[in-house]
Design a protein around this ligand. Structure first.
Ligand code: GLU
Length: 313
């Protein structure tokens, strides 16, 4: 078993690229529903078919949004699903100081700056885009705010960032025109998602990130941070998002039901079917481990190319 607590990935060389290492990185804001289980199954099968490793990371850096007991409950669901991970589980809440060092490095190199803008100030700015989703750069070239509570933002690059996604193809993203300078450290003195993800994908030696397309807008800022920190850029594969019959993304907000133990085999079967491998009739009643073994190497990923949504069966 590989240790997931140190950057142990085989650095590889021209003849032997590093061994595949994937990950599943749930936030403990609720239990896994079919949509999150789908991402877990897809990333697990992709890692296993490459004879690679599959790590689990609990992204518990946002205490106000977390549900007590959800981390352990998610791990139990993964066990019930026979999604057995390699190495110890990394819990981001135990690594705050490492993220703080990374943020300090970005600030020292002049790539990050303090920002005291409130959500309301950003939303009311004429250049903040639809729903105030773009940071208009208000504090970028101002003297640092005196306020004790300030976020840290990273300067967007002048050039577009190229994403070469294994499922969605190539995209060129102008970060400044879309999200603007993203937050890497929050006003509440907490690491922000973008920083922690990038720090850990590198620290854990992840070679490919498989996750839902709902996170695609984070990818250009992640690649930009990897460049600034001289970290390797992993491969990316963004999965279509699962939607319900009304076309809404499965999520807590749309009341997607958590997958319970008794329904795990059926749920794995649905995930496999969404991945283009319907469970053969003679396997009715098979356990999750049997279904996953049977699906090993059977997924034709090209069927997902360019797919942005799949409707929940
Ligand atoms: N923690 C994120 C979530 O649960 C996923 C992060 C990622 O895969 O990069 O939505």
């Amino acid at each position: 078993m590989a240790s997931a607590t140190t950057a142990t990935a085989d650095p590889g060389n021209a003849d032997h690229p590093p061994r595949y290492r994937g990950r599943f990185a749930p936030s403990p804001t609720g239990l896994l529903h079919l949509g999150s289980l789908f991402a877990a199954v897809a990333s697990f099968l992709r890692a296993r078919e490459q004879c690679g490793e599959w790590l689990v990371r609990i992204e518990d850096i946002d205490p106000p949004r977390e549900i007590a007991g959800a981390s352990d409950a998610i791990l139990r669901q993964l066990e019930q699903a026979a999604l057995h991970w390699d190495g110890p589980v990394l819990r981001q809440s135990e690594h705050r100081e490492r993220y703080r060092d990374t943020a300090a490095r970005l600030q020292q190199q002049g790539s990050a700056y303090r920002c005291s803008c409130s959500r309301r100030q950003i939303a009311s700015h004429p250049d903040s885009g639809p729903n105030g989703t773009r940071y208009p750069g208000t504090c970028r070239d101002r003297p640092p705010p005196a306020a004790a509570r300030a976020a840290l933002r990273v300067r967007s690059p002048a050039a577009a960032v190229i994403i070469d996604d294994a499922l969605q193809g190539t995209a060129s993203v102008d970060i400044d025109a879309t999200t603007g300078d993203v937050v890497i450290w929050r006003k509440e003195d907490l690491p922000a998602y973008h920083l922690a993800v990038v720090a850990d994908d590198a620290w854990q030696g992840i070679t490919e990130v498989v996750r839902g397309l709902d996170l695609f807008s984070a990818t250009a800022p992640h690649i930009h941070l990897q460049h600034l920190l001289a970290l390797p850029v992993p491969g990316y594969a963004h999965l279509p998002v699962l939607v319900n019959a009304q076309g809404e993304k499965l999520s807590k907000q749309t009341h997607a039901a958590p997958v319970v133990a008794q329904e795990m085999s059926a749920a794995i079967g649905r995930c496999l079917s969404l991945l283009g491998w319907p469970v053969p009739g003679e396997m009715a009643g098979a356990r999750p481990s049997e279904l996953l073994s049977a699906a090993h190497g059977q997924i034709d990923w090209t069927k997902l190319h360019g797919r942005t949504q799949l409707t929940q069966p």
